[in-house]
Write a protein that binds this ligand. Structure first.
Ligand code: ATP
Ligand code: MG
Length: 465
C-alpha cells in the first residue's frame, strides 16, 4: 500500500476523552472512530488488525477441529423465553420490535440459537463430537462503555459451542479449547494466563478466563509468579488425544491463578511469599462447561449407542476479538506509539523515502516495494512529500515492527537501513538483503497458514482475507 493512496487519519493531539493508552493510540493512529458511545467504525488500519486477529482465531479453531459457520446478529425473543434468559438478561440486552410488533434482540451471545439448530438436525450420537463456532458482532448495552474497544457496546466475539454425548467427552472439548486458546494468544504475541473464574449461577468448577496482565485491566487477579514462565511454543498437539490435551491443561492450570471472584486467601498464602502476585488483567477469553441445561430446555437430545434418548453436554467458549486489539496495544507500546507483534501487524514493513521526488531515491523505493510484494509481504510505503521527521513519527505511532529507510546518502554506498521498532536497532545492508531479511522474519508466521491449507476440508475461508 502506498501511504499517499491510503486512508490513515493520524492525529497530532492526544484525544482528551481517552483514559488509557490503547484507546489514545488507536485514535491517534487513525484506527477507529467513535460512532456513538461504545460503538466504533473500524478505519482501514484498525480493520486490518482486527482481520489479522480474526484470521488467527479461525486458523487455530479449524486446527482444533472446530467448524466455522455464521449466525445472525438479530435474534427473535422466542428462544430466549424458552431458556428463561429473556427476562434474566436485564437491561444489558438491546431489545427491539420489527414492523409486525415481534420482539427481537441484538444477540449478546448465541447459546439458544445454536442449541436450537443442533436440536433440529442432530439426532444420533454418530454426529458427535461436534463443535460449531462463529465470529460475529455482539451487542451488550454496558452501563459504562469505556476504554475504547476494550469495553464496547458493539464488539466482535468468537463464540464456540461444543456438543458431546457425555460429561467426559465435553470435558475433553473444554481441554481442547484451552489448548487451542493458548496457541491462539501466543501467535498474537500475547501471554494470556488461564485463571480459574466464577461460573456464576450455573455453578461447577469448569470455567477459566484468559487474562493478559496489564495495569489498566478491569479484573483483579492473584497468581503464582511461576506461571508467567510457561509458554506453549510450537508443540505438536493431537487435538483428538484426551491425554495430550489433559496434560497441557494440567501444566497450565495447576499453579495458583485466580480472578478475585474465586480468590482463596488461604490457598494463595501457601505459595512462597516471593512468588505471590496480585495484579490487574484484561479478560480476553473464557471457556465454560455447563452440562445439559440448554440442551434440556431447547430439546437437544440424541440417541446414544444403547438407543436411549439423552441430552447433549455443552460448553461455550469465547474470545474477545475486538477487545484483543486494545489488549495487544496495552501489552506492547512505548512513548512513541504502538509496537505490533509480527503475528498481527497491519503491514509487515514500512518503507520511508527520505527524499521524495529525487528520481534515484524514488526508483530505489519502488524497486524495494515491488521486491517485498513479490515475497508475499505487505509493505506500507510512505511516499508522501513530507519531512523525514514526520514520516518517522507516523511510522513509530502506527507501530509496524520493521522499517526500511531509503535515502540518497545510503544509496551512494548501495545500502538502505533496516530498523526494528521494538529495539530501535538499525542495520545497513543492500535493499535485496533487507527484503530477504524481512521475508525470513515473517516466514514462521506465514508457515502457519501454509501448513493449514492441506489438512483443511473447507479452504474457502482463506479467500476472504
Ligand atoms: P466482562 O466480564 O469483561 O464483561 P464477560 O465475561 O461478560 O466479559 P464473555 O461472555 O465471557 O464476557 O465474553 C467472551 C469475551 O468477549 C470476553 O472474554 C471478552 O474478551 C469479550 N467481551 C465481553 N464483553 C465485551 C465488551 N463489552 N467489549 C468488548 N469485548 C467484550
Ligand atoms: Mg467472561
Amino acid at each position: 500500500m502506498r501511504l499517499s493512496r491510503y486512508f490513515l487519519p493520524v492525529l497530532k493531539e492526544t484525544p482528551a476523552e481517552a483514559q488509557i493508552v490503547s484507546h489514545r493510540l488507536m485514535l491517534r493512529a487513525g484506527m477507529i472512530r467513535q460512532a456513538s458511545a461504545g460503538i466504533y467504525s473500524w478505519l482501514p488500519l484498525g480493520f486490518k488488525v482486527l482481520r489479522r486477529i480474526e484470521q488467527i482465531v479461525h486458523e487455530e479453531q479449524i486446527r482444533a477441529g472446530h467448524v466455522p459457520m455464521l449466525m445472525p446478529t438479530l435474534q427473535s425473543a422466542d428462544l430466549w423465553r424458552v431458556s428463561g434468559r429473556y427476562d434474566a438478561y436485564g437491561p444489558e440486552m438491546l431489545r427491539l420490535k420489527d414492523r409486525h410488533d415481534r420482539e427481537m434482540l441484538y444477540g449478546p451471545t448465541n447459546e439458544e440459537m445454536i442449541t436450537e439448530i443442533v436440536a433440529n438436525y442432530v439426532t444420533s450420537y454418530k454426529a458427535l463430537p461436534l463443535t460449531l463456532y462463529h465470529v460475529q458482532w455482539k451487542f451488550r448495552d454496558e452501563v459504562r462503555p469505556r476504554f475504547g474497544v476494550m469495553r464496547g457496546r458493539e464488539f466482535l466475539m468468537k463464540d464456540g459451542y461444543n456438543f458431546d454425548l457425555s460429561k467426559d467427552m465435553a470435558l475433553h472439548a473444554y481441554n481442547r479449547h484451552l489448548v487451542s486458546y493458548l496457541r491462539t494468544y501466543e501467535r498474537m504475541g500475547l501471554q494470556a494466563i488461564p485463571m480459574r473464574a466464577d461460573s456464576g449461577p450455573i455453578g461447577g468448577d469448569y470455567t477459566h478466563e484468559f487474562l493478559v496482565l496489564a495495569d489498566t485491566g478491569e479484573s483483579e487477579v492473584f497468581y503464582d509468579a511461576e506461571i508467567t514462565d510457561l509458554t506453549f511454543g510450537e508443540r505438536e498437539i493431537d487435538y483428538d488425544s484426551v491425554p495430550q490435551c489433559q496434560a497441557v491443561l494440567e501444566e497450565f492450570t495447576s499453579r495458583y491463578a485466580r480472578t478475585d471472584e474465586t480468590h482463596d486467601a488461604g490457598l494463595f498464602n501457601q505459595i512462597p511469599e516471593a512468588r505471590r502476585r496480585q495484579a490487574r488483567g484484561i479478560e480476553v477469553g473464557q471457556i465454560f462447561y455447563f452440562g445439559t441445561e440448554y440442551s434440556e430446555k431447547l430439546g437437544a437430545f440424541v440417541q446414544n449407542e444403547g438407543g436411549e434418548r439423552v441430552p447433549l453436554h455443552m460448553g461455550s467458549h469465547g474470545i474477545g476479538v475486538s477487545r484483543l486489539v486494545g489488549a495487544i496495544i496495552e501489552a506492547s507500546h512505548d512513548e512513541k506509539g504502538i509496537i505490533w507483534p509480527e503475528g498481527v501487524t497491519p503491514f509487515h514493513v514500512g518503507i520511508v523515502n527520505l527524499r521524495q521526488g529525487d528520481s534515484g531515491t524514488d526508483a530505489a523505493c519502488e524497486a524495494l516495494y515491488k521486491a517485498l510484494k513479490a515475497k508475499g509481504l505487505e509493505p506500507l510505503y510512505d511516499d508522501r512529500d513530507e519531512r523525514a521527521g514526520a514520516k518517522f513519527a507516523s511510522m513509530d505511532l502506527i507501530g509496524l515492527p520493521w522499517r526500511i529507510t531509503v535515502g540518497p546518502r545510503g544509496l551512494e554506498k548501495g545500502v538502505v537501513e533496516l530498523t526494528s521498532r521494538r529495539t530501535g536497532d538499525s542495520e545497513e545492508m543492500s535493499a535485496e538483503d533487507a527484503a530477504a531479511r524481512v521475508a525470513e522474519i515473517y516466514a514462521p508466521h506465514h508457515a502457519h497458514v501454509a501448513a493449514m491449507v492441506e489438512p483443511m476440508a473447507d479452504r474457502s475461508f482463506h479467500t476472504w482475507l
